[in-house]
Each structure stands twice: as C-alpha cells, then as structure tokens.
Design a protein around this ligand. Structure first.
Ligand code: ASP
Ligand code: MG
Length: 423
C-alpha cells in the first residue's frame, strides 16, 4: 500500500473566478499553497463565474415557463464546467500538473432530487489515485451525479458543500474557502461599521451563524465540517494588500478554542414571514393536526408561540420562510373552520435578529441583557426562540438595523472583563 499524502482542499467562489485575470490570480494562490505544503496533495473546487448561474436560471425561464428540473440541472452545471477547465489550463501553463473533473468524473454521488440534491458519497480512493503523481485536481463545485448517471445540482451556493464533502472524504487537514470577504465578522460589516473580523469560531457557532443569516458559508457545508471535524478557513482571495491578521477566520472544533465569548456574532434574516392564527381552540389534537398538514405540504416552520386568550381560545403564531408563506397561509385559512379559529393573518414586515455564542452555555443573564438592550431602543419583540448557544428575537423589519447595532454594542463592543462580571 502506498502511504497516502495529506490532502488540502481549496475552494474559490464565483467572484474569485469572475474573469480571466482572476482565474490567473487563483492559479497563483494554488501555486503558493503547493509551495508551502509540498508534502500535501491539493484538491481545488471552483464555482461558476460570478453571475453566470443567475444568467442560466434566467435563460431557462425565458425559454419555458416551468423548466424541467432534470434539464435545469444539466444547464446549471455548465457554469462550473467553464471555470474548472480554465483554471486547469492556467495551472498547466504555469507548470503545475492539473486536471479538471466534472461530478461524474470525480464520482460525487447524490440523491436524485434535482436542483436540491444531497451528496451521498465520494469515491476518495479514486481521487487519491489520480493525485498520486502530484496532480492538482480541479473539481466542479455544485454538481453531482445520480446512480443512473443523471447530472444534479446541490442548491444555490452549493460549491461550499462540494468542497467540504471532498475534504471529509479525503480526510483533509483543512478546507480553505476563498471568497470576496476577509472572513466571518461579528455582524454584517455593511450594517455596522464596528463589525470585527473573527479569528476563530467553533463549528457549532458557525452552523448557527450561517443558518441565522451569515451569508459567508452554506449551512450544510458547515454541518459536514462539524460532523467530520474538518477545520475550515474562510478568507479573501484578494488579500494581497491586507496586513497579516486582517484576513481569515478559522472554524475549528470547540475544544481547540481558548476563549469562549458569550456572544460571538449578531445576525439577522429578512426572508421569513409570521403567520398568526387568532382565537383558535386550545384543543391539542387540533393543533397537532395543523402541524401535520403543514408538514405534509413541506412547509418549514421556524418559530412557534402560543398565547392564551381565555379558557376556550389561544392565539398561535409561527414563522415560515418567505417561499413557503403563501402555501402556509392558504393551508391555514382553509383549516380555519376545523381549527375553530377566527382567522389567520400574515406579516412579512419582520426581521429575525439573533445572538450566537458558545459562552452562553456557561453564563446566565444573556436574555436579560438582550431585553435591556432592545428596551433602550424601544423595540418590541414579537417572538423569541432560544437554544443553548443562541437567542433569536422577531422584531418589526424597520427596527432590524437598530436592533443589530444595539445587540452588537451590548455584547461585542463590550470590554471582556466587564462582561464577565455582568454575566
Ligand atoms: N454557481 C452556483 C451558484 O451560483 C454554486 C456556487 O456558486 O456555490 O449558486
Ligand atoms: Mg457561495
């Protein structure tokens, strides 16, 4: 048996390969990694050029009203075919052995849910064999292949998933996600000037941050990284001019973190709607029936709250993703008589603002500080959701920015020593 060299995975997003000069820059970065880690093999995953996937979606929609999902995947996968070949050519030209691979060649096996497929496995032995002579593999992100040989895609932003799945399969020492921002910030830097670049966060925190609104990584890719203990690094492709320490966030297992801040990040989402069912019967079998029906219609439910009006009547609120909100509302309205309810209303003018941090496990008083910070700004909270390491509040959309700032000021721009006392 040949001893296997360690593997490093590098992933470049759409803006990083947005034009030919950037493809050249990416090839130089690959060359640098190769020089820095001569004892490792490299797998490089790329997205389509920025904007290309959107163009392909628009093209399909201009051709037919409802594109067939199987054919849509054949179309969408073409974006990544362009960038893998260009990058491999460029690497070859600068003297680096390289080979592009589409999903069927890399054997990235997925389910057959077209446009939203799940990765089931990767033939890592085959990849290792192809890298034995030091060849850099340039693999198309976002695409997969079914058992029957059909092309699939993993959902928008899915190249991150490809990268981490390959890293998991190859038991990579690290997976570098190159993008157009310097890493993961304590909040949206476009909204809050004082947003801080985070040096290190745990997988679990990143999973919450991603699902609660941080757009830098696909949630499912973080899940893979956590499950297989792969360190992720998020960093900018265009960091040439940056000082050391200004580029890169490491996402690592919790045990490797020295500090456990109470709150690591403040995020927000604007893509959910709240549906309120007024004056319905408190009968638990009716409530359970309602949730069964919503589940059958594949409606994702995020927050739930129930308030008692009197012995015979409760108000029930749920939040659902925007794209599910019409289905949810129609379904609920049709059930109003059997639920014994007065009616159902929808509110889209909402924002979900969240604070996330593993330190919440070890500190009390976080909720008190959240309420105090929002009360100071006179922001009313419509719903609340908590877990061990996060607290989310639903606020009117016009207060989103104020709420994010208030919570960032309260937790992040706070002197650490004082915050330990206050907790
Ligand atoms: N090109 C795909 C998209 O735009 C996948 C990705 O970029 O991650 O969604
Ligand atoms: Mg992306």
């Amino acid at each position: 048996m040949v001893t296997q060299k360690p593997v490093i995975v590098l992933k470049f997003g759409g803006t990083s390969v947005g034009d030919v000069s950037r493809v050249k820059l990416v090839a130089d970065i690959v060359a640098r990694h190769r020089k820095e880690s001569p004892d490792s093999n490299l797998i490089v995953v790329v997205s389509a050029m920025a904007g290309e996937t959107n163009k392909l979606v628009a093209l399909a929609k201009s051709c037919v009203e409802r594109p067939n999902p199987r054919e849509m995947d054949v179309l969408l996968a073409s974006g990544e075919q362009v960038t893998v070949s260009l990058l491999a050519m460029r690497l070859l030209e600068i003297g680096i052995p390289a080979k592009s691979l589409l999903a069927p060649q890399a054997r990235i096996a997925t389910t057959a849910e077209h446009t939203n497929a799940l990765i089931e496995g990767v033939d890592s032995e085959r990849l290792n064999r192809m890298m034995e002579d030091g060849t850099v593999l340039v693999v198309a992100g976002f695409q997969g292949v079914t058992e029957d040989g059909d092309i699939t895609t993993l959902g928008r932003g899915g190249s991150d998933i490809t990268a981490v799945a390959l890293a998991a399969a190859a038991n990579a020492t690290a997976c570098y996600i190159y993008t157009d921002v310097q890493g993961v910030f304590s909040t949206d830097p476009r909204m809050v000037k004082g947003a801080k670049l985070l040096e290190r966060v745990s997988h679990e925190e990143m999973l919450e941050l991603a699902s609660l609104g941080a757009k830098v990584l696909h949630t499912r890719s973080v899940y893979f990284a956590m499950r297989y203990n792969i360190p992720l690094v998020v960093l900018s492709t265009f960091a040439g001019a940056l000082e050391p320490g200004q580029n890169g966030t490491w996402i690592v297992p919790e045990g490797e973190l020295m500090e456990k801040p109470i709150v690591t990040g403040v995020t927000y989402r604007l893509d959910e709607a709240r549906i309120m069912i007024q004056g319905m019967s408190p009968d638990i079998s009716k409530i359970s029936n309602l949730f069964d029906v919503l589940a059958e219609k594949s409606v994702f439910i995020d927050m739930i709250s129930q308030e008692t009006v009197n012995a015979n009547s409760v108000n029930l609120s749920i939040t659902v993703p925007d794209e599910n909100s019409l289905t949810a509302l129609e379904t609920i309205r049709a059930m109003v008589p059997e639920l014994g309810a007065e009616g159902a209303m929808i509110d889209r003018d909402i924002a979900k603002v969240s604070v996330v941090g593993i330190g919440m496990r070890y500190h009390t008083g976080v909720a008190a500080r959240v309420f105090r910070a929002l009360a100071k700004e006179r922001i009313d909270i419509a719903m609340i959701n908590t877990s061990e390491i996060k607290m989310s509040v639903l606020v009117p959309r016009k207060y989103c920015e104020v709420a994010v700032r208030a919570l960032h000021d309260e937790f992040i721009d706070f002197d650490v020593a004082t915050s330990e006392e206050a907790a």
